[in-house]
Design a protein around this ligand. Structure first.
Ligand code: FFO
Ligand code: ATP
Length: 194
């Protein structure tokens, strides 16, 4: 199956999976990173997170937990589908006050927010494999950012239902260093066999 068809199928799987969870269950998931993931996060690291869409693995719990630990939190910012993505400061992970509506109606740091280069990036995804391969939204935002910032450590966040046995990989696809789901941790992978 090609990437476009897979993306369509997995977006539907993701939607249906999230709809099958009750609100209480959903609120209890992704509260904080599991210990082996925390061990990958150095003191003082700048953390890239994301403002989750309704069907994505929620990232707000991680943002608050890591902010309380003293980390600076950054969110993606992009001008349009073809423009490169960058990260900028999210000063208040308990509120949306310093965020602005961006492309696709997504909330992102406004133009004044400081540009940051995260050391650790928690990455949303549409599909993944048990060895750390990732399928994204298809605009290349994360793949391009990770290619420009090879020192950053990418950690995927996903629902279990998003796992597939195989992804059609291309040379530009950047593998994850680990992937967290509500029931499992894939990795951390040593340098690299995704
Ligand atoms: N929460 C979140 N923020 C994010 C991303 C993401 O995947 N999730 N991104 C990851 O790169 C970047 C935004 N990039 C995007 C690139 C393409 C589409 C897109 O084509 N959306 C389609 C289909 C949406 C759907 O059906 O789920 C659309 O809106 O038509 C969306 C975001 C940065 N911020
Ligand atoms: N390092 C890169 N340099 C230039 N173009 C890139 C790079 N990485 C990806 N692209 C382009 O981005 C587009 C989308 O790529 P792909 O379908 O692999 O994205 P994806 O797996 O959905 O992940 P994401 O969009 O989140 O990065 C492709 O046209 C690809 O050529």
């Amino acid at each position: 199956m090609d990437k476009r068809a897979l993306r369509e199928r997995l977006r539907k799987v993701r939607r249906e999976h999230v709809a099958s969870l009750d609100d209480t269950t959903r609120a209890l998931l992704f509260r904080r990173p599991p210990s082996p993931v925390m061990a990958m996060v150095p003191d003082g690291a700048v953390i890239g997170l994301y403002h989750a869409l309704p069907t994505e693995a929620s990232a707000a719990g991680y943002a608050r937990f890591l902010s309380e630990k003293g980390h600076v939190i950054a969110l993606p910012r992009f001008a349009d589908r073809d423009a490169p993505m960058e990260f900028a400061a999210w000063s208040d992970p308990w509120g949306d006050a310093d965020l602005a509506v961006g492309p696709f109606g997504m909330l992102q740091p406004d133009a004044e927010a400081d540009l940051l280069t995260p050391d650790i990036v928690f990455v949303p995804l549409v599909g993944f494999t048990a060895s750390g391969a990732r399928l994204g939204q298809g605009a290349g935002h994360y793949d391009r950012w990770l290619a420009r910032n090879p020192a950053a450590v990418p950690i995927g966040m996903a629902w279990d239902a998003q796992r597939v046995d195989l992804l059609p990989l291309e040379p530009h696809d950047r593998p994850m260093a680990a992937i967290v789901t509500p029931t499992r941790l894939y990795g951390p992978f040593s340098e690299r066999e995704a």
